[in-house]
Design a protein around this ligand. Structure first.
Ligand code: HEC
Length: 284
């Protein structure tokens, strides 16, 4: 599934980050990366975790290349592919990106139902859940059931109401922290994973557009039943609570509450549980 079960991920030195790790199983369906979309190219993203102090904490790219060169098997592999024993950081990016691109999007039961039209793959509750997801609850506004395979995300940024209220009064102070970090040449990702308040500013940190304060990229819902806890900061523990929260908050931000019975909520959640896929072993 390419995720951990922690609210925020822990780095190699036990340093706790600030963000819930997204799955890599749908990396091929993403048009920008990280919860705030601060990176646009997978090639660049592919090596960032190595040097982030809250992740793998290698001092810099040069140290990373040196580490790879210490392993004869790596040298032989790189030589075979790049026709050179002189490994450089671009080789590492190319290799990492090729691996990430090779991770298949595992078909969910819902995908198989769409492809085959075989209704027996879905229960009555799950089919009712699809109708609610598309209709009354209008979850498809941001988690569209389009694309082949279905993306379950518009890849856009929306206000979430999660976590932002804690920091909304201190935006100016945090702007100073961002500028201070920049003047010291600190990478944005290092600041975001080490400063929980700045992390709650969402897309704003990438764009500096006040409209993006507290906005996050719509996550995919693939394998959602197996990717607890939820939301960018991992603060919502169960799928039922996440659905409850989304029904409430999305109604609030539209200015018209979503009136939905307990039975319909159960059906909606049943549909989300059909977005699982049998575990596949990662390609090596
Ligand atoms: C206006 C856009 C929008 C609508 C409408 C919307 N969502 Fe979301 N959804 C999001 C965003 C953005 C997040 C990430 C929030 C965060 O991390 O703070 C999210 C997160 C989630 C999550 C948690 C995913 C994870 O991996 O952590 C679930 C589950 C979810 N939504 C289900 C629903 C359901 C069910 C509906 C319909 C009732 C719905 N959403 C409607 C944008 C939307």
């Amino acid at each position: 599934m390419f995720i951990d079960a922690k609210p925020a991920s822990e780095g190699v030195h036990g340093i706790l980050g600030t963000r819930n790790a997204p799955s890599l199983a749908d990396i091929n369906l993403m048009s920008s990366f990280f919860w705030d979309g601060r990176e646009a190219k997978l090639e660049d993203v592919s090596i960032l975790a190595f040097t982030n102090p809250a992740e793998m904490a290698v001092p810099d790219n040069q140290a990373l290349v040196e580490k790879i060169k210490q392993n004869d098997k790596h040298i032989a592999r790189f030589e075979r592919i790049f026709d050179s024993r002189d490994i450089n950081i671009d080789h590492v990016k190319t290799a990492m990106t090729a691996y990430l691109r090779s991770i298949p999007v595992p078909p969910t039961r819902y995908d198989r139902y769409l492809q085959s039209g075989d209704h027996s793959l879905m229960s009555e509750d799950e089919l009712a859940g699809i109708a609610i997801f598309k209709g009354k609850a209008d979850c498809v506004e941001c988690h569209p059931l389009q694309g082949d395979p279905v993306h379950f995300t518009d890849n856009l940024y929306h206000h979430t109401g999660i976590g932002f209220e804690k920091v909304s009064g201190n935006v100016n102070e945090m702007m100073e922290r961002i500028q201070d970090a920049e003047s010291k040449g600190l990478a944005l990702g290092t600041l975001i994973l080490s400063d929980p308040d700045v992390a709650q500013l969402g897309r704003f940190v990438a764009t500096r557009d006040p409209q993006d304060l507290g906005a996050f990229r719509t996550p995919s819902l693939r394998n959602i039943a197996n990717t607890a806890p939820y939301m960018h900061d991992g603060s919502v523990l169960t799928l039922e609570e996440a659905v409850e929260y989304e029904i409430y908050y999305r109604g609030l931000s539209r200015g018209r509450p979503i009136n939905i019975t307990a039975e319909e909520k159960r059906q909606l959640t049943a549909f989300l549980r059909a977005l699982d896929s049998p575990p596949s072993s990662p390609p090596l």
